[in-house]
Design a protein around this ligand. Structure first.
Ligand SMILES: CC(C)(COP(=O)(O)OP(=O)(O)OC[C@H]1O[C@@H](n2cnc3c(N)ncnc32)[C@H](O)[C@@H]1OP(=O)(O)O)[C@@H](O)C(=O)NCCC(=O)NCCS
Length: 173
């Protein structure tokens, strides 16, 4: 049984445990920050400061919690990211990561459903995301949810001496 709810400042301990325990492959596929992050506590700070409990909403984070109430553990995180421009207020960015120990159990799908519902409930019409072109699990998940490719950033990143394309995908709600 999994609970999904918004990330709050009081979750910092749980959230840091989650972030710190992600392995390199998972972290790098998530794609938001370098591995290793010098000070991973910055990650929480960066996220926390943009959460909706602050005045200027830039990002809403949802955590997926398992093993409640005895041993609550964060198994996944997803976010919606907003632009300050009014002309972009109908759209939002999206990202998701499920801890390597809990992947392939349907949790990504559960979290994805909730986040898309949230995006729709708050009036968004378009959800976009960026994904490495070689990230097969994520592409399969997005395909399952009806995301369509909008474009390819060729040789967008150089990792371990290899160029990687990044795809831009989107779904209309
Ligand atoms: C992508 C990710 C979020 C999927 O989460 P998950 O909990 O493992 O996925 P689920 O078990 O809910 O599977 C849902 C669908 O995702 C796809 N999928 C998940 N793992 C897959 C794999 N290893 N290979 C192929 N497809 C996969 C399938 O379409 C699957 O549906 P199906 O079971 O009907 O085939 C997870 O692998 C992850 O966090 N990866 C690292 C971070 C990342 O890549 N994030 C995306 C950044 S853009």
């Amino acid at each position: 049984v999994a609970t999904i709810r918004q990330l709050y400042p009081g979750d910092s301990f749980l959230f840091l445990s989650f972030i710190r325990s992600l392995d390199r492959k998972t972290w790098e596929s998530y794609g938001r920050w370098d591995w290793p992050l010098n000070n991973r506590t910055n990650f929480y700070y960066n996220i926390a400061k943009t959460q909706s409990f602050k005045k200027d909403i830039e990002e809403i984070g949802l955590i997926l919690i398992i093993n409640e109430p005895t041993n609550p553990t964060i198994a996944g995180y997803a976010h919606l990211m907003f632009s300050n421009k009014s002309s972009r207020s109908h759209s939002c960015g999206f990202g998701i990561v499920i801890h390597q120990d809990y992947q392939k159990q349907g949790l990504g799908e559960i979290l994805m459903k909730d986040v898309l519902k949230l995006a729709k409930d708050i009036g968004k019409k378009k959800v976009w995301l960026h994904v490495y072109a070689n990230n097969k699990p994520a592409l399969a998940l997005y395909n399952k949810f009806g995301f369509k490719e909008e474009g390819r950033f060729r040789k967008e990143e150089l990792k371990d001496n290899k160029y990687i394309d990044v795809l831009s995908l989107a779904k209309f709600l």
